[in-house]
Design a protein around this ligand. Structure first.
Ligand code: HEM
Length: 150
């Protein structure tokens, strides 16, 4: 396998396996949290149920989302250097989508803080629609990295 000749050598398949594993955790977190926000919306600010959702959301962000995103980026950029992906069109499109997902996670973080302050600025229907973003983006990213259409 030619990928074994880069600087990673025989570590390449392990780094790739780690990358895909943490991609699964990251996307799972990006799908869970907006769903939590939809349910949280139904509680009244200051209630015990409101405080319980605030704690659940904080844990998803600190235990799943942030660590998984950091590991996906670190292993992904390591792979990109190893296989020379920066010169390939599919990778440019992939990187643009992944930067978009990272921005989406940033929005989720700021929205979680608003919910914790008792605010409910976005209606539930919009939250449900936004919940589809990570799933659609992940599907396009996987096609880009496996099929490499350009
Ligand atoms: C965060 C930034 C990311 C970077 C820099 C990155 C970079 C890379 C690179 C360079 C490869 C290796 C390709 C090869 O072995 O030739 C790879 C593999 C892969 N990446 Fe990422 N990736 C990132 C995020 C993601 C995300 C968010 C997903 C899915 C939603 C994803 C899915 C995959 C898959 C499925 C593979 C395996 C492809 C194969 O074995 O042919 N990556 N990634």
């Amino acid at each position: 396998m030619t990928e074994l000749t880069g600087f990673l050598g025989y570590a390449y398949p392990w780094v790739l396996a780690g990358h895909i594993t943490f991609v699964i955790y990251w996307i799972a977190g990006l799908l869970i949290l907006p769903r939590y926000y939809v349910h949280h919306h139904e509680t009244s600010a200051g209630s015990s149920e409101d405080r319980a959702w605030i704690e659940r959301e904080r844990r998803v962000r600190s235990i799943i989302l942030t660590p998984a995103m950091v590991v996906v980026w670190l292993l992904g950029l390591t792979l990109a250097l190893h296989v020379g992906a920066f010169a390939q069109g599919w990778f440019h499109a992939k990187l643009a989508l992944v930067i978009g997902l990272t921005g989406y996670q940033g929005w989720l973080g700021s929205y979680g803080r608003k919910l914790a302050d008792g605010k409910r600025p976005v209606d539930q229907r919009t939250l449900r629609i936004m919940n589809e973003i990570p799933g659609i983006a992940a599907a396009i990213i996987v096609v880009l990295v496996i099929v490499r259409p350009f």
